[in-house]
Design a binder for this molecule. Structure first.
Ligand SMILES: Cc1ncc(COP(=O)(O)O)c(C=O)c1O
Length: 200
């Protein structure tokens, strides 16, 4: 009898080795220069990166952090979000989006995602807003942008901070505008996601 079990197949999203091979000498010499100068924390290369990223992204400023999780946490702290506050987001994201909210002492409040694109269901946001809500963190997931004009309108009309989690959608655009440029901050990640899986 033929098996009805699903078979898991690996689908590489990006071949980092192939990318590296094309610019190997450039990367190797820069890495060696960092090591020679023991410039492991901050310094010349971090400043160069921030300037280059801000230029490429066409924004005023890029501030580097250790990772995308820290970027969300630091943003929340800078905005004074903490105990007694609520932050609206989605459960269908990497854990960093909600764990950083909890880490500040605030409460993550989850809105359902839409079944077609797995993005926050805009029509269900307003029913979750209370007097404790301070911010909304839409997550641009699987490279797909959230409908940012609608989320921004909700944030503006309720006086809420808009923080965009762009970890999975670097350089994605919504109506010709890059994700991460609609809210007070956009947070990014360089997690080297080489693989994803699907069931066949
Ligand atoms: C949607 C989302 N937000 C935040 C993060 C956190 O980024 P990092 O792994 O750089 O801390 C990730 C990482 O995969 C992510 O997918």
């Amino acid at each position: 009898m033929e098996s009805t079990m699903n078979e898991i197949i690996n689908i590489p999203l990006v071949d980092l080795k192939a990318q590296y091979d094309t610019i190997k000498s450039e990367i190797d010499s820069e890495m060696q220069a960092v090591i020679n100068k023991t410039a492991f924390i901050g310094g010349e290369w971090v400043s160069k990166f921030e300037a280059a990223y801000a230029k490429a992204y066409e924004v005023k400023r890029c501030i580097s952090c250790a990772n995308g999780t820290d970027a969300i946490y630091i943003t929340l702290k800078v905005l004074g979000i903490g105990s007694g506050d609520e932050v609206i987001t989605v459960a269908s994201s990497w854990i960093s989006t909600s764990e950083t909210i909890s880490q500040t002492g605030a409460k993550p409040v989850f809105v359902d995602i839409d079944p077609d694109y797995y993005l926050i269901d805009i029509s269900k946001i307003e029913e979750k807003i209370t007097s404790k809500t301070k911010a909304i963190i839409p997550v641009h997931i699987y490279g797909q942008p959230v409908q940012m004009d609608e989320v921004k309108e909700i944030c503006d009309s309720h006086g809420l901070y808009l923080i965009e989690d762009c970890a999975q959608a670097v350089f994605a655009e919504y109506k010709g505008q890059r994700v991460g440029t609609f809210g007070i901050t956009g947070t990014f990640s360089f997690f080297p996601r080489q693989k994803s899986w699907c069931l066949r």
